[in-house]
Design a protein around this ligand. Structure first.
Ligand code: PLP
Length: 365
C-alpha cells in the first residue's frame, strides 16, 4: 500500500512515473535491457538526456543563452562550485533567510579566500527566527558584486520568496538555490543568472543536481576548479565530462513529461497553491497548532508547524503514521512538525492530513 509521504526529500514521486519505471526497467523500448544498463554515450541514453533537456527548457521557457547542466554532488556541492565558477576574484553578496542560505553563506566564506575573493552578508532575517523575507531597507547590496545569492524556498523554515525586485535593482546577477520549489510554479528564468536545485524533491531521485546558468556567467572559473565542477566544461560536454547519473536523469525526464501532461507549471501552481491554502487554513483555525511564518512568506511546499502542547508530539506522530500519514517530524534543527507537499503529493493526501489534524485536535484539546 502506498502511504502519503510528507518527507522533505527524498520525497514522493508521481505514481504514474514510478509505474512507467517499473514497466520499463527490464526492457526499455524493446532494447532488451534497461536504460540504466547502457552506455551514457550511446544512442539510447543520448535520446533520453536530449529529450529531458528539451522538455525542461519548454516547461520553464529557458532561453537559449542559458545552459542546462545535469550534475552530481547535490545542491551542497554547488555551495562550493558556485563561488569557484562565478566569484572571479571579486566579491559576492549573500542573503540569509534560513538554514540553507546560511549553509551556502558559510561555505562561500570558507572558500572565498582560497579563490582570492570575498563574500559579504547582505542581509539576514535571523533575528525574526527566519519567519519572513527581508525588507528592502534591511538589505545592503554591493553594486559591484559578482552575484547575489539567495535561497527562494527555505525547506526547513518554510519561507518562500520570489519578490526579488530589490535585489535586482543594481543588475547584479541573482543566484538562487531553488532546491525545494523548482518546477512547483512558473518562474521567469531571465531574472536569474544561475538557478540550482538538488533533484530529490520536485524533480526526481536523489543523485541529480540541476544547474541553469546564463552562458556569459561561465567565463571566470577559478583555474584550480576540478573539471567536473566547472560549469563551462560541463556545458561544452553536454553534462558528460564523466558518467552522469543516468537513472536519476531518466526518471527526471519522465517527471518532466508528467508535468507537461498535467498542463505545465501554471497548472501545478494552481494545484500547489490550493493544497497549501487548505493546510494553512486548518493550522490557523485553532490555537492547537501554530505556523510562525508571516502569512505572506509561507511556503507552498514545506509547511512547518508546532503543537501548542509539545508533550503530545510523539503521540501525534504515532497516530499520524497509523493513519498512513508518514514522515511528519520536523527537521531536528527546529523541531516540531513539517509537512512537505511537493508536486507529487495529491490533493487527497493534504485532505487526509487536514482531517487528521482536526480529529487529533478535537480529541486532545
Ligand atoms: N538547499 C535546499 C533549499 C535544500 O532543501 C537542500 C536539501 O534538502 C539542500 C540545499 C541540500 O541539498 P543536497 O542534499 O542535494 O546537497
Amino acid at each position: 500500500m502506498r502511504v502519503y509521504n510528507f518527507s522533505a526529500g527524498p520525497a514522493m514521486l508521481p505514481e504514474p512515473v514510478l509505474r512507467t519505471v517499473r514497466e520499463e526497467l527490464l526492457d526499455w523500448h524493446g532494447i532488451g535491457s534497461s536504460i540504466i544498463e547502457v552506455s551514457h554515450r550511446g544512442k539510447h541514453f543520448s535520446e533520453v538526456i536530449a529529450r529531458a533537456e528539451a522538455d525542461l527548457r519548454k516547461l520553464l521557457s529557458i532561453p537559449e543563452d542559458y545552459a542546462v547542466l545535469f550534475l552530481q554532488g547535490g545542491a551542497t556541492l554547488q555551495f562550493s562550485a558556485i563561488p569557484m565558477n562565478l566569484l572571479g576574484g571579486g566579491s559576492a553578496d549573500y542573503v540569509v533567510t534560513g538554514a540553507w542560505s546560511q549553509k551556502a553563506f558559510v561555505e562561500a566564506q570558507r572558500i572565498a579566500p582560497v579563490l582570492g575573493g570575498r563574500v559579504r552578508l547582505a542581509g539576514s532575517t535571523e533575528e525574526s527566527g527566519f519567519t519572513r523575507a527581508p525588507r528592502p531597507e534591511e538589505l545592503s547590496l554591493d553594486p559591484e558584486a559578482r552575484y547575489v545569492h539567495v535561497c527562494t524556498n527555505e525547506t526547513i523554515h518554510g519561507v518562500e520568496w520570489l519578490e526579488l525586485e530589490a535585489l535586482q535593482a543594481s543588475g547584479v546577477p541573482l543566484v538562487a538555490d531553488m532546491s525545494s520549489h523548482l518546477l512547483s510554479r512558473p518562474i521567469d528564468v531571465r531574472r536569474f543568472g544561475l538557478i540550482y536545485a538538488g533533484a530529490q524533491k520536485n524533480i526526481g531521485p536523489a543523485g541529480l543536481t540541476l544547474v541553469i546558468v546564463r552562458r556569459d556567467l561561465m567565463a571566470l572559473p577559478w583555474e584550480g576548479t576540478p573539471p567536473v565542477l566547472r560549469h563551462d566544461r560541463m556545458a561544452e560536454n553536454g553534462s558528460m565530462l564523466n558518467t552522469p547519473p543516468t537513472f536519476a536523469i531518466y526518471v527526471a525526464g519522465l517527471v518532466f513529461q508528467w508535468l507537461e501532461s498535467l498542463g505545465g507549471l501554471a497548472a501545478m501552481a494552481q494545484r500547489n497553491e490550493a493544497k497549501a491554502r487548505l493546510l494553512y487554513e486548518c493550522i490557523d483555525a485553532t490555537p492547537f497548532y501554530r505556523n510562525a511564518v508571516e502569512p505572506r512568506w509561507r511556503s507552498w511546499m514545506n509547511v512547518p508547524f508546532r503543537l501548542a502542547d509539545e508533550s503530545l508530539n510523539e503521540r501525534f506522530l504515532q497516530e499520524a503514521e497509523a493513519a498512513g500519514l508518514k514522515y511528519l517530524k520536523g527537521h531536528k534543527m527546529v523541531g516540531g512538525m513539517r509537512a512537505s507537499i511537493y508536486n507529487a503529493m495529491p490533493r487527497e493526501g493534504v485532505e487526509a492530513l487536514v482531517a487528521f489534524l482536526r480529529d487529533f485536535a478535537a480529541r486532545h484539546a
